[in-house]
Ligand binder design. Structure first.
Ligand code: C5P
Length: 221
């Protein structure tokens, strides 16, 4: 089914890395599997896909444009350069919420740089989803993800409103759920609807997300 023919899709995926010095960084366990599954499904269904990815150990799907980034600020820049051109943006990246205020170009030494290494001051990173949620114009759909350990639906609804998203894909994390796994059990939360999906492989979850996105798109137009 090529129901995404003529549609441009932007996807953020994977973790970001926030450097401390020449050899150390802050990051998280995101595998990028959800974002890469979304890119693969979108391409199969005929979309033109830009995948903006942090460092992951995955091969990019065939026939898409991959932009590789490292930090949250690099990711935001790449997203902002491409967002105005796209119809659907999906932010599945696990962007590091904070980054070290200071980074060193050399390797900090355990002994002589003890002070710098034991008192790393963090500053907040830009919120990419919220940034494009605030920039979107009529006809554009912005989709976010919410990994929560508690109050799944309530937090997803808050995120939907706070970030001006059209859809939040909510999943419960912790105890081996979601990060790095091949299956996901998600709830699709939009302004007027809550749809619970069964536990499915990430490719099937990606299919369901695009089904929902196309339904939301038809109600926008
Ligand atoms: O607030 P929280 O981090 O739980 O929100 C998750 C959603 O926001 C995901 O869609 C994620 O990709 C996006 N996000 C982002 N930039 C950030 C933090 C989160 O795009 N700095």
């Amino acid at each position: 089914m090529k129901d995404l023919l003529g549609i441009k899709v932007l996807i953020t995926a994977g973790p970001t890395r926030e450097p401390i010095d020449a050899v150390r960084y802050l990051s998280n366990y995101s595998s990028g599997k959800m974002g890469y599954a979304l890119a693969s499904v979108a391409a199969q269904r005929g979309a033109e896909v830009v995948l903006i990815s942090g460092p992951v150990a995955l091969d990019p799907p065939q026939g898409i444009k991959l932009i590789s980034v490292v930090t949250a600020r690099d990711m935001l820049k790449a997203v902002e350069e491409n967002f105005s051109e796209v119809d659907i943006a999906l932010c599945s990246a696990a962007v590091a919420d904070y980054r070290p205020l200071q980074t060193s170009d050399r390797k900090l030494k355990k002994e002589s740089d003890r002070e710098a290494l034991t008192t790393i001051t963090l500053v907040e990173n830009p919120d990419i989803l919220a940034t494009i949620g605030a920039q979107k114009v009529g006809g554009q759909l912005v989709i976010g993800f919410a990994a929560e350990t508690e109050d799944l639906i309530e937090n997803a609804q808050k995120k939907l409103r706070a970030k001006h998203a059209d859809l939040i894909v909510a999943n419960e994390v912790g105890q081996g759920k979601a990060f790095g796994t091949d299956d996901d059990e998600v709830v699709l939360v939009s302004q007027n609807d809550i749809s619970r999906l069964p536990k499915l492989p990430k490719m099937k979850v990606a299919e369901a997300i695009f089904d929902k996105a196309m339904q939301l798109r038809s109600s926008l137009n």
